[in-house]
Design a binder for this molecule. Structure first.
Ligand code: F6P
Length: 327
């Protein structure tokens, strides 16, 4: 009989994203399928340092695939930035005989996981990309991105109703930290006129001119999507500028945290299920310091630093399409 593999633990870290529960469920059930004990860590690396580690069974994750947020709970942890904090965390795992650690989170989580893997090579540390921002390289989409885009798109659809009723221009700020992926996707999906993302320095004169032109050509309302990490001034300054330069009455709406909640889309649930399963199988294969991703519908594996060392680019073709369709 094959030797039983050492137990594995799973944690969620950083900002929650819809689909974290689906990924946790996949990790738990895949481990059980392979006859491996599985533990859940509460509140990310902080819970790991504090030893908040409990066994999970198949029923622990019943009815979680459709739930937003994370039942394990998450946190951002300062102590884990220090080697001493990570040594405590490693000891908590060792003292329970746990060898594998699957970290569900974004690039901040991956940086912590990478340090842990480097400093404690007896552990198998794997990352699976969970963040709404989609700013993790080595995967076409992160778990939670599609849901956030859909939540934001539905909100913009509602804003469009009131914008059209009042002949107004709306500036809608979406999340994404320093990346514009959510903004660009939402802009196309909601038929917005313009988008501002941190990756591209836009000519504000040209934007104002296009919006004013649109109005002259019969548009009665317009939508401008702005990524929160946009660097050309904040949305209120932009509103003032556009009000001066177009004849629109301008309003601002900051969507905020609603983008992190809600039941995951089918696409996020399937991605989470496939990547969660793949992460467990990487631990069983003895891998460490790597992340799983989905590229061209195939599971791919990259060293953890690949996630942040190469910045995931904005697709210029999407920008072109947005502008072509905004006439
Ligand atoms: O990384 C996900 C994210 O929602 C970003 O889009 C946003 O900038 C940040 O987290 C907000 O972080 P916090 O939850 O710490 O306020």
């Amino acid at each position: 009989m094959a030797e039983k593999h050492a137990p594995i633990a799973v944690l969620c870290s950083g900002g929650d994203s819809s689909g974290m529960n689906a990924a946790t469920r996949a990790v738990v059930r895949t481990a059980i399928y392979h006859n491996v004990e599985i533990f859940g860590v509460a509140q990310g690396f902080a819970g790991l340092i504090a030893g908040e580690i409990t066994p999970l069974v198949a029923r622990s994750v019943s009815n979680t695939i459709s739930r937003g947020g994370t039942f394990l709970r998450t946190a951002r942890c300062q102590e884990f930035l220090q080697a001493e904090g990570r040594a405590k965390a490693a000891e908590q795992l060792r003292s329970r005989g746990i060898k594998g650690l699957i970290t569900l989170g974004g690039d901040g989580t991956y940086r912590g996981a990478h340090c842990l893997a480097q400093e404690h090579p007896d552990l198998n540390v794997i990352g699976a990309p969970c963040t709404i921002d989609n700013d993790v390289n080595g995967t076409d989409a992160t778990i939670g991105y599609d849901t956030a885009v859909n939540v934001a798109m539905e909100a913009v659809d509602k804003i469009r109703d009131t914008a059209a009723s009042h002949d107004r221009l709306f500036i809608v700020e979406v999340m994404g930290r320093n990346a514009g992926h959510i903004a660009l996707e939402v802009a196309i999906a909601s038929g917005a006129e313009e988008v501002l993302v941190p990756e591209v320095v836009e000519d504000l004169d040209a934007i104002s001119e296009r919006l004013a032109n649109g109005r002259r050509n019969g548009k009665t309302s317009s939508i401008v999507i702005v990524a929160e990490g946009e660097t050309q001034g904040n949305v209120h300054q932009l509103a003032k500028l556009l009000e001066e330069r177009t004849s629109y009455e301008v309003r601002v709406s900051i969507l905020g945290y609603i983008q992190r909640g809600g039941s995951p889309t089918a696409s996020d649930r399937v991605l989470a299920s496939r990547l969660g399963a793949a992460a467990v199988e990487l631990v069983l294969d003895g891998e460490s310091d790597v992340s799983v991703g989905m590229e061209n519908d195939r599971v791919t594996v990259h060293p953890l630093p690949f996630a942040w060392e190469v910045k995931k680019a904005i697709d210029p073709e999407r920008l072109r399409v947005l502008h072509m369709l905004a006439v």
